[in-house]
Design a protein around this ligand. Structure first.
Ligand SMILES: C[S@@+](CC[C@H](N)C(=O)[O-])C[C@H]1O[C@@H](n2cnc3c(N)ncnc32)[C@H](O)[C@@H]1O
Length: 487
């Protein structure tokens, strides 16, 4: 929750055009972007939530020129964010690659900074058509200047080749060229999450190793299901992932949780709304400083201030924060004497000029507090402004989840998750070997229905489910099962 001045290791929900404005110029080492292709088809809509649909409509209002304009302004901003030694890998396909190279990349980076046109060649089943099968994507590699990070990548020699040349060869293998044979993610692959545009980890591994070093910062402004940041994290790079879909952000969050180990870096997930429980249970001093900042005030530097006030506005009007609900009248009485003692002159001046004498920020206020504030205003001309946290930041209550297990065969169970939420539930994620110690490490990251069947070996198992609402906020429930196979 406290804002990090260092803008790295962040998963951010929002239109990348807006979010990237908050990133420092010349601070990123590598940008990989896999924007939605220009196909004019609804299959481009992966997640289907409000954010993505908005972006889809935004891109396709007016044909290819419109799409190129949409991409151009984003890539131009990315260019400014790159360090002089940084580079960009832009992933696209035949739908718009020619236009992207000429009308976006050459114009922004300059033709001199073109480094490679990488062909990612894969095999997959395609329908019969009277054209050649389309089995490659294009990845354009541009650097910001002619001094840039480039670590050559190697693939192992084949045994046939070693036999053929029949001599001692360098173990590194052969230097990679610009045609990359990397398999498409197979339907049964372990890394497969279940959305159509997921890119293989091996592809991102090659790009990240080649164009960045440990400790460098990698940005993916169209992060999707988080392939880039999951790989960047494993390779010890700092990272930033942005997506306009709350589902994409939450799937990426689950993916990072799933691979979490002792080497994983801590990160922040920034959604449009805050999680009420997290705000209510956060460290009190941190919360006070954070909400005062959000309100535009100046928090106290020290935890224990005089008079129990927590901060002030730039004109010195005092602020007090109560991290609770249903604030009572006693808080108003104490606040009134505190602000009088804090700055008597200012208090009298505000009273005389009919200005606000002080602010109290809380989650909600009881009737007694509200009535006392009204009485002070009418009788003594003292204006105390009561501000709800929800007037400063948006928050949302977690979905309430109920998980049930049905033993449908000896060792086979059917699990059903039912979620109650103020907002719609977008999807569910499942951890079938849950432990409090390891945290939530989902085996299934993207289940739209909330039902799973699974077989278990003998023993005790704990199953946890998380239900994710339209804003990316999740609630959880767990069940324990015992399996004893009769055979
Ligand atoms: C092709 S997918 C990326 C897939 C990703 N490379 C992976 O491996 O999972 C494109 C993503 O861009 C997101 N997107 C589209 N327009 C956006 C925008 N203006 N700002 C941020 N994200 C956007 C979509 O929600 C979608 O998740």
């Amino acid at each position: 929750m406290p804002e990090d001045k260092n803008f790295t290791n962040k998963l951010i929900l929002g239109d990348n055009l807006e979010v990237m404005k908050g990133i420092e110029d010349n601070s990123i080492d590598l940008i990989y972007l896999d924007p939605p292709f220009f196909s004019n088809k609804t299959y481009e809509v992966i997640w289907g939530d409000d954010g993505e649909i908005r972006s889809f409509e935004d891109r396709f209002e007016g044909g290819i020129e419109h799409y190129i304009g949409w991409l151009y302004e984003r890539v131009r901003l990315m260019y400014y964010k790159l360090k002089p030694t940084g580079s960009m890998f832009l992933h696209c396909d035949w739908h718009a690659n020619t236009n992207i190279r000429v009308e976006v990349l050459d114009k922004i980076f300059g033709r001199d900074n073109f480094r490679n046109e990488i062909i990612w060649h894969y095999r997959r089943w395609t329908g019969v058509a009277n054209t050649f099968q389309k089995l490659h994507d294009t990845i354009y590699f541009y650097s910001k200047t002619n001094i840039y990070t480039f670590n050559p990548q190697y693939t192992e020699y084949t045994e046939r080749y070693i036999d053929m040349i029949d001599k001692e060869i360098d173990k590194q293998g052969v230097r990679e060229n610009d045609v990359w044979q990397i398999p498409f993610i197979a339907p049964s692959a372990k890394e497969r999450i279940g959305y159509p545009t997921q890119k293989p980890k091996a592809l991102l591994e090659r790009i990240i190793k080649c164009a960045s070093n440990e400790g460098d910062t990698v940005l993916d402004p169209f992060v999707g299901g988080g392939t880039t940041i999951a790989v960047a994290d494993k390779l010890g790079r700092k990272w930033i992932g942005i997506d306009q879909s709350s589902m994409a952000i939450k799937v990426s969050d689950f993916r990072l949780k799933k691979q979490h180990d002792a080497f994983s870096q801590p990160y922040d997930m920034i959604l449009r709304k805050f999680d009420y429980d997290i705000l209510r249970n956060s460290n009190a001093f941190e919360f006070e400083a954070w909400i005062i900042n959000k309100f535009g005030g100046i928090p106290n530097a020290k935890q224990h201030s005089d008079f129990g006030l927590d901060g002030r506005m730039s004109d010195n009007t005092p602020i007090q924060v109560k991290r609770s609900d249903n604030i009572g009248r006693n808080v108003i009485d104490n606040f009134l004497s505190a602000i009088q003692r804090y700055d008597e002159k200012l208090f009298e001046k505000n009273k005389k000029e009919g200005k606000i004498a002080g602010y109290i920020i809380a989650f909600s206020f009881g009737k007694g507090a509200v009535e006392e504030v009204a009485r002070l205003r009418n009788k003594s001309k003292v204006i105390i402004k009561l501000l709800k946290v929800s007037e400063i930041v948006d928050y949302d209550k977690k979905p309430e989840v109920l998980l049930s297990a049905d033993n449908i065969d000896e060792n086979e169970f059917e699990f059903t998750a039912k979620a109650k939420s103020e907002l719609d539930i977008d999807f569910y994620a499942w951890d079938f070997s849950h432990s409090e110690q390891n945290g939530f490490k989902p085996d299934v990251l993207f289940d739209k229905i909330g039902k799973q069947t699974k077989k278990f070996p003998d023993g005790e198992h704990q199953i946890a489910v998380e239900a994710v609402d339209r804003e990316g906020i999740s609630g959880t429930d767990k069940v324990k099962i015992k399996v004893k196979n009769k055979k």
